[in-house]
Design a protein around this ligand. Structure first.
Ligand SMILES: [Zn+2]
Length: 349
């Protein structure tokens, strides 16, 4: 968090001195920046994992105004059709271009982000994890962990997995949440059902109360249709949000082909041609993942990587970079990061 504050103050200083505006002017080159958001909301009132709230509605609106002013914002289908990105990975763009995306399928994407995007006439894409949406929902492990710690009536808990520790729950609990989340991430970005149930027992939370809140957390099938009716796009984000690297072929098939078939069924045979690999970093996918995505009938695969793609680069259309926007990204910091990404092809902030 300290590092984020430092980045924000560097960005504010650069902006104050007019340096960001200069970089924007000289860095204006054709290229594609794809932004990834997760949730839009108010973190102070959030019972689930707060760091996934990428921006408050007010900050999101300021960020989107900036993106609208600095980029031509395209629809996902313009990339999928091959017109802007051909089979050999060549980009055909003549101006700074952006793609706005959301991952997972949180409901606030429709209730809070969509009205802002519509008022600014900006297109956006939602990469949906099918298991989070619909009638029998999976609750992601990060939201289960965060809810258990934040809603616990206890003043401390002792855990054995994924780390052995006694966590104090007096005062701000975000540190305890993050310690557990980091330990699960370090162990391979997953938590077992038994471990989660054990945590829920030790924290003593009311599961019925939680499950009533879960019903509001993700989009339902009808709301996915509303998202599409707003003119927005849909891509897949697998069936259960597992890390795809290293999965057996049958599991890859279920996660990739299964999610695509499910989404197309829900959306009355609307074609789903893009997938964003869960977690997205270099250890989240491998060559077998990309091969399996091609076999599953997709045309594009997205990862997390702060680079910009440019005409003339040889781009891998199975690993197109996207740029994560997080809660530390004030409108000024995001503006500086985007300007630097366009100028240097990668933001050092
Ligand atoms: Zn995700």
């Amino acid at each position: 968090m300290l590092l984020s504050n430092k980045r924000a103050s560097v960005a504010a200083t650069l902006g104050h001195l007019g340096i960001v505006r200069l970089i924007e002017r000289f860095g204006r080159k054709p290229g594609l920046v794809s932004l990834v958001y997760h949730r839009v909301g108010e973190p102070a009132r959030e019972p689930f994992y707060r760091p996934l709230i990428s921006a408050t509605p007010a900050v999101f609106e300021r960020q989107m105004r900036r993106v609208r002013d600095a980029f031509r914002v395209i629809r996902l289908e313009e990339l999928e059709s091959g017109g802007l990105l051909d089979d050999s990975g060549q980009l055909h763009l003549t101006e700074p271009t952006a793609l706005i995306t959301f991952d997972d399928g949180y409901r606030d994407n429709l209730t809070l982000a969509a009205p802002i995007l519509q008022s600014l006439q900006l297109p956006a894409t939602l990469f949906v994890t099918t298991g989070f949406v619909g009638e029998r929902r999976l609750l992601p492990w990060w939201d289960r962990v965060a809810y258990a710690v934040q809603a616990s009536p206890r003043s401390e808990i002792t855990v054995d997995q994924p780390l052995a520790a006694t966590l104090s729950l007096t005062g701000d609990r975000s540190h305890a949440v993050q310690r557990l989340i980091n330990a699960f991430i370090a162990r391979g970005w997953s938590a077992d059902e038994a471990e989660l149930q054990e945590l829920e027992t030790r924290t003593g939370i009311d599961l019925e109360l939680r499950d009533a809140l879960v019903d509001q957390l993700f989009l339902g099938r009808g709301e996915l249709e509303q998202w599409v009716a707003c003119g927005f796009s849909i891509g897949a984000h697998t069936q259960s949000h597992r890390r795809l690297a290293g999965l057996a072929e049958s599991e890859l098939d279920l996660e990739l082909a299964g999610a695509r078939a499910q989404l197309e069924l829900w959306l009355n045979n609307r074609k789903v041609a893009s997938v964003a690999y869960p977690y997205g970093g270099p250890d989240a996918f491998d060559d077998r993942t990309k091969q399996a995505a091609a076999w599953a009938g997709y045309r594009l695969g997205f990862v997390l990587d702060p680079h910009q793609t440019r005409p003339g680069d040889s781009n891998d259309r199975w690993a197109l970079p996207r740029f994560a926007v997080g809660p530390a990204d004030s409108a000024a910091l995001l503006r500086a990061r985007l300007a630097l990404a366009c100028w240097l092809n990668r933001s050092p902030l």
